[in-house]
Each structure stands twice: as structure tokens, then as C-alpha cells.
Ligand binder design. Structure first.
Ligand code: O7M
Length: 224
């Protein structure tokens, strides 16, 4: 239900080593998401250390958007580091792009999650106009999951309606971006992605615990 984005630059003061942070968080979370800020800062060694620190799924969010060969190569490198899933943009399309990534995903067992809408307002200017095409693509490449915004629950409801239970929905936008814990789950998401609310908190473990509680309370209420 809760995926922690370990990316946002953590304040210098009181900074925690990733492994210590993970130790505090591990019992409350379903997985971790890391992206370019993490990779630039900690490199491949950082991913290996994270892999050693947790058995929970590690999702690498590079929001891949390239030709198929390049994306497939990136995925194969990540597979060797023991990651569980990678995130790619959908707008590159199938032929020569997601087709190859999807084949590499099936060959390696690394799941593929694609972005069908984003949490910032600008997503409505372009990306959101193509949600239905992206959902078709997600089904075509047998994506493990899609990313849809907690900040616009109607998009999550739409994704769930179109794809049914065939894919997992990952929703960012909780906390600093404005959505409340549990709200995306109530709209149909499987996981809420939370970053700064946890990583910048003085007590990340306690904050993650409190978020889980809020998720559960809200979920029980909305399910009646
Ligand atoms: O909780 P935050 O706002 O500190 O962090 C949100 C995380 O979710 C951060 O890692 C972003 O890269 C990610 N995210 C968005 O905030 N909005 C999106 O639309 C998509 C993502 C994301 O994870 O895409 C895969």
C-alpha cells in the first residue's frame, strides 16, 4: 500500500544513510522507488546496498523514454542489480520502443510500470489527453503497473475502470503535493508513492507508521 520514494535530496543536517532509513521504514512499507537523484548520488553501489538492506521490491524510476534497444539495455543492467521493476514513459509508443522494453522485461522478470498520467498540473496540458491510448499500450505490453496521480483521483478511477484488476496502480502526489494518505487507494490505486513527507521527516519510521494508519482508516471508511 505504501511505496517510499527515496529520491528527494535529504537535508544535509541529520541526514541518514539509506540503509539506516530503510531499517526504520521496512516494516511499514510495500517497497521503495529510486530514481535519477538516487542514482547520481549513490550509483550502482547504492542500488546494491539498498538490495542488501531490504527484501521488499525495489522500483527504479528512470522514466525511460528512448528507442527500444537503449531502454532494453538499461533494463538488463538493472536486472543484474536485482531490482524488481522499472518505470518508463508511455509516449514513445510500441514499435521500436516499448515493444523491445517489454520483451526485455519478460526475459528478465523485471516488471514494467508505465506512466499514463502525472501528478503536476501540466499533465493536463498534454499527457492526460492521451490516457486512453496509454492504457491500451499498457495492456498491449502486459505492464505490471501504471502510474496515475493521487492529485487527480478521477484519473485513477478511470484507469481502474478501463484496466480492471489486470494491472497495479501506483499513485504519487500524497503529502507535499496535496493529496491525503488513503485517498488514492480509495480511488482504486494499489500503492501510494510517498517521498518527502517521509524522507524529510525528523522521524521517518514514525511518519511511515502514521501514514499507514491514515491509509487504513480512510480505506476502511471508503469501503464502508
Ligand atoms: O511525495 P513526494 O512529492 O516527495 O515525491 C513524489 C515522488 O513521486 C517523486 O519520486 C516523483 O518522482 C514521483 N512522481 C511524481 O511526483 N509525480 C508523477 O506524476 C510521477 C511520479 C513517479 O513516481 O513517476 C513514476
Amino acid at each position: 500500500m505504501l511505496v517510499v520514494a527515496l529520491d528527494p535530496p535529504v537535508r544535509e543536517k541529520g541526514r541518514r544513510k539509506t540503509s539506516l532509513l530503510v531499517e526504520e521504514l521496512d516494516k511499514y512499507v510495500s517497497g521503495y522507488k529510486i530514481g535519477l537523484p538516487f542514482l547520481i548520488k549513490h550509483g550502482r553501489r547504492g542500488i546494491r546496498e539498498l538490495r542488501k538492506s531490504t527484501e521488499k521490491p525495489i522500483i527504479v524510476d528512470l522514466k525511460l523514454a528512448d528507442i527500444g534497444d537503449v531502454m532494453a539495455e538499461v533494463l538488463r543492467h538493472l536486472a543484474r542489480l536485482g531490482v524488481d521493476a522499472v518505470i518508463a514513459h508511455a509516449f514513445t509508443g510500441y514499435t521500436g520502443a516499448l515493444e523491445d522494453l517489454s520483451k526485455a522485461s519478460m526475459a528478465t522478470g523485471v516488471g514494467l510500470i508505465i506512466v499514463v498520467s502525472m501528478s503536476h498540473r501540466g499533465s493536463e496540458e498534454y499527457i492526460d489527453r492521451h490516457v486512453d491510448e496509454f492504457l491500451e499500450l499498457a495492456a498491449r505490453i502486459r505492464a505490471k503497473g501504471v502510474v496515475a496521480p493521487a492529485t487527480r483521483p478521477r484519473v485513477i478511477r478511470h484507469v481502474r475502470e478501463v484496466l480492471g484488476d489486470t494491472v497495479e496502480i501506483y499513485s504519487p502526489g500524497i503529502g507535499i503535493q496535496g493529496a491525503e494518505p488513503g485517498s488514492a487507494l480509495c480511488a482504486g490505486a494499489n500503492y501510494e508513492i510517498v517521498g518527502r513527507l517521509i524522507t524529510r521527516s525528523g522521524n521517518p519510521g514514525e511518519t511511515a507508521r502514521a501514514i499507514r494508519e491514515m491509509q487504513l482508516e480512510r480505506w476502511l471508511k471508503c469501503r464502508g
